[in-house]
Design a protein around this ligand. Structure first.
Ligand code: NI
Length: 190
């Protein structure tokens, strides 16, 4: 078991276009996936891309428990089982985009509202070398787009179109708590 160090925004590896993996079944790829899984479990994120652990290859993990989809208001979803994507490719299924809040292990402490395609098809190779194709909507589609962006050197703040919707998670939670308390006390807050 190895928990890898996570690169933070500003490290050049996060801006590189990652290289395709020639052989998804190679032992070094299996080892990388195991280490990335250990790192993801330790960090408690929805996904992790290889460039985030200083490896510029087109490899990413996504995993979203059903409880998380519930928080996102998509409680009919069964969650996204742990998926290792090698050489993933995304195709939007419509032009429609929606904004949603994202955070990133490489941008610690912050969150921002990011426009993403609402419906996508994505294709990737598995660690067994098989090719899999899936369709995704909503938060599932968002997580996959966020991870695949990492493979092209793109971090979510670079996708944002309203920097007023960007801030420290702790401050936003404090503000929400104060709002709720004020409402409970019957005070006007503006
Ligand atoms: Ni990220």
């Amino acid at each position: 078991m190895a928990i890898l160090k996570i690169a933070r925004m500003g490290h050049p590896v996060l801006r590189e276009v990652a290289a395709p993996v020639a052989d998804p079944t190679a032992p070094e790829i299996q080892q990388l996936l195991q280490d990335m899984l250990d790192t993801l479990e330790d960090a408690d994120g929805a996904g992790l891309a290889a460039p985030q652990v200083h490896v510029p290859l087109r490899v990413a993990l996504v995993q979203v428990p059903a409880e998380r989809l519930e928080q996102e208001g998509e409680d009919d979803g069964p969650g996204i089982p742990l998926t290792a994507m090698i050489n993933p490719v995304i195709e939007p299924l419509s032009d429609e985009q929606e904004h949603g809040w994202e955070a990133c292990l490489s941008v610690p402490g912050l969150a921002g509202s990011v426009p993403r395609f609402t419906r996508i098809r994505y294709r990737y190779q598995t660690p067994d070398g098989d090719t899999v194709e899936r369709e995704a909507t909503g938060f599932h589609a968002r997580v996959v787009q966020h991870q695949c962006d990492h493979l092209d050197g793109i971090l979510y703040p670079m996708r944002m179109d309203d920097m007023a919707q960007f801030g420290f998670v702790q401050e936003m939670q404090n503000a929400r708590r104060r709002n709720t308390e004020d409402q409970a006390n019957g005070q006007a807050t503006d």
